[in-house]
Design a protein. Structure first.
Length: 204
């Protein structure tokens, strides 16, 4: 049951991330190829980078579902843009699926990092990279400072979730229970951050 729920969460995340990346591209007036590249990289870029770091063939290159849902997300972004004709990335029907995706991707990264036998910091880095890496890549492709580095409480949710995952494992919880707890923590913190507009402090 838990595996099925997690699978659905991952697919929701792929759609949400692909839509977000595609909308970024549309707002920057990229052509259809550029929109597709940005959408796919936002959805899959973090996972691809993670897999390469642990010497695995990226799952995105093996799974038909991952690429298919990313492409569906690109198509949905084009349709939504035609309907709303404005930036919809801050609408709740995008933010909530995006939060689901962040929680699922972060947890996937933590599991893969744990199975790769990396350190505590390795788990945090790979879990966070899986959750936010695609968005960072898409911002860099657009020549922008990544959003997660300047004005959003987003990557912090993944970091906290990864720490909870690690502590849960140390406390004796099995991998499934630690994964479920990680997903819940990331999702709940992200939702609260959206509702209360949390941001990390700046020095200027």
């Amino acid at each position: 049951m838990a595996e099925n729920v997690f699978f659905v969460m991952n697919l929701i995340g792929l759609l949400a991330f692909a839509i977000t990346g595609s909308i970024k591209a549309i707002r920057e007036n990229l052509d259809l190829f550029g929109i597709t590249v940005l959408g796919i990289m936002t959805a899959l870029g973090g996972g691809i980078t993670r897999d390469l770091l642990v010497n695995n063939v990226p799952n995105a290159l093996k799974s038909v579902e991952d690429m298919s849902f990313a492409l569906v997300g690109v198509w949905m972004a084009v349709v939504l843009h035609k309907i709303f004709k404005e930036d919809i990335r801050n609408r709740y029907f995008i933010l909530i699926p995006d939060a689901i995706g962040l929680s699922a991707f972060t947890t996937t990264g933590a599991i893969i990092a744990y199975n790769a036998d990396v350190s505590f910091f390795g788990i945090i880095i790979l879990a966070t990279l899986t959750g936010v890496g695609g968005g960072i890549i898409s911002d860099i492709l657009l020549g922008k400072i990544p959003t997660v580095l300047r004005d959003d409480f987003y990557a912090s949710c993944a970091i906290i979730g990864a720490i909870v995952f690690y502590i849960s494992i140390l406390s004796g919880l099995d991998l499934t229970s630690a994964s479920i707890l990680c997903s819940i923590v990331v999702f709940m913190i992200r939702i609260v951050a959206i509702l209360y507009n949390w941001k990390l402090p700046k020095l200027s």
